[in-house]
Write a protein that binds this ligand. Structure first.
Ligand code: IPM
Ligand code: MG
Length: 352
């Protein structure tokens, strides 16, 4: 029996519904395995702006720093569009990633055989297999470099900066993961144009010498975008700087049929780690009970793994697999036995 302290950042839009469904699954895990999960609900994003005036209150950061795991729904929505850039809900997300030192963002894209018809790709391409792990650098690059807009509104800039140490630590994560998979790292850059990409490539090659068993190759980001839809089976681990990883992980997710299925974990120097679906807050369907909670449930499974509860994580994944195999589908998943968000969470909990 273990006692774990879990911070829940439900967030905005569909965030509360999908985290509620994941909590129902976590309660089933508690019961089956005899654990005690203390859930600590905190504010981040638009909901925090409404309550505290800022997207990331200090008390949220403090709670996350001492937690065993942090489960996040999603943040943002049109309600906060008028906020100044520095006070947008997204700043809360970027801020918590940075405050917790979460430099490694892992975004697996796998295809469930039952859902191939929901993928926009042809069956013969999918039959070659889709099992890609996007390893995205999360607290550096153009997202965090110096930026400014001129007073007259006529120009603005953002800066892509990477230090060798920042590249080294994320490259190591990618190679370590590749060792547990098909032993292939494809590093994404734009080294034909950007100096920061040339540095990225040099350091990735340096780290590669420490992993002689892993095959490494480099690909320009434009080509990566094309190859991903042409033949995703060629990729195992896709190692990306922050912004390229943001873009390619959305593309990879769509190959699997629905962005509603994919979880992600963000790991780094803080023991907790942050676990979230890769999709956004979908304000257009918020409150309608049609959102797909599976990505958040699978993010909770990744969190269990990070807390050392591996059997528990496998039980959650198996339950999701069973519910999909039994034909239950939220609207984004295509044809099948139609269920809403809440019911999907309950079905997964029952299967656990
Ligand atoms: C993601 C999102 C975020 C990002 C946004 C909401 C700031 O798109 O997690 O992929 O760009 O990192
Ligand atoms: Mg994104």
């Amino acid at each position: 029996m273990s006692n774990k302290n879990i911070v829940i950042l439900a967030g905005d839009g569909i965030g509360p519904e999908i985290t509620d469904a994941a909590v129902v699954a976590l309660k089933a895990v508690e019961k089956k395995f005899g654990h005690k999960f203390d859930l600590d609900y905190r504010y981040m994003g638009g909901s925090a702006i409404d309550k505290f005036g800022v997207p990331l209150p200090d008390e949220t950061v403090t709670a996350c720093k001492t937690a065993d795991g942090v489960l996040l729904g999603a943040v943002g929505g049109p309600k906060w569009d008028a906020q100044p850039a520095e006070n947008r809900p997204e700043k809360g997300l970027l801020g918590i990633r940075s405050a917790l030192g979460l430099y490694a963002n892992l975004r697996p894209a796998v295809i469930y055989p039952e859902l191939t018809s929901a993928s926009p790709l042809k069956k013969e391409i999918l039959d070659r297999g889709v099992d890609v792990m996007v390893v995205r650098e999360l607290i550096g690059g153009i997202y965090f470099g110096p930026r400014a807009a001129s007073d007259d509104g006529d120009s603005a800039y953002d800066t892509e900066i990477y230090s060798t140490e920042e590249v080294r630590r994320i490259a190591k994560v990618a190679f370590d993961i590749a060792m547990t998979r098909r032993k292939k790292v494809t590093s994404v850059d734009k080294a034909n144009v950007l100096l920061s990409s040339r540095l990225w490539r040099r350091i990735v090659n340096e780290i590669a010498t420490e992993y002689p068993e892993v095959e490494v190759n480099h690909i320009y980001v434009d080509n990566a975008a094309m190859q991903l839809v042409k033949d995703p089976s060629q990729f195992d681990v896709l190692l990306c700087p922050n912004m390229f990883g943001d873009i390619l992980s959305d593309e990879a997710s769509q190959i699997t049929g629905s962005i509603g299925l994919l979880p992600s974990s963000s790991l780094g120097t803080c023991k907790a780690g942050l676990f979230e679906p890769i999709h956004g807050s979908a304000p257009d369907i918020a409150g309608l009970d049609v959102a797909n909670p599976i990505a958040t449930v699978l993010a909770a499974a990744m969190m269990l793994d990070n807390m050392g509860l591996n059997d528990e994580a496998r039980a959650v994944e198996a339950a999701v697999g069973k519910v999909i195999a039994d034909g239950w589908r939220t609207p984004d998943m295509g044809e099948g036995k139609r269920v809403g968000c809440k019911k999907m969470g309950e079905l997964i909990a029952d299967a656990i």
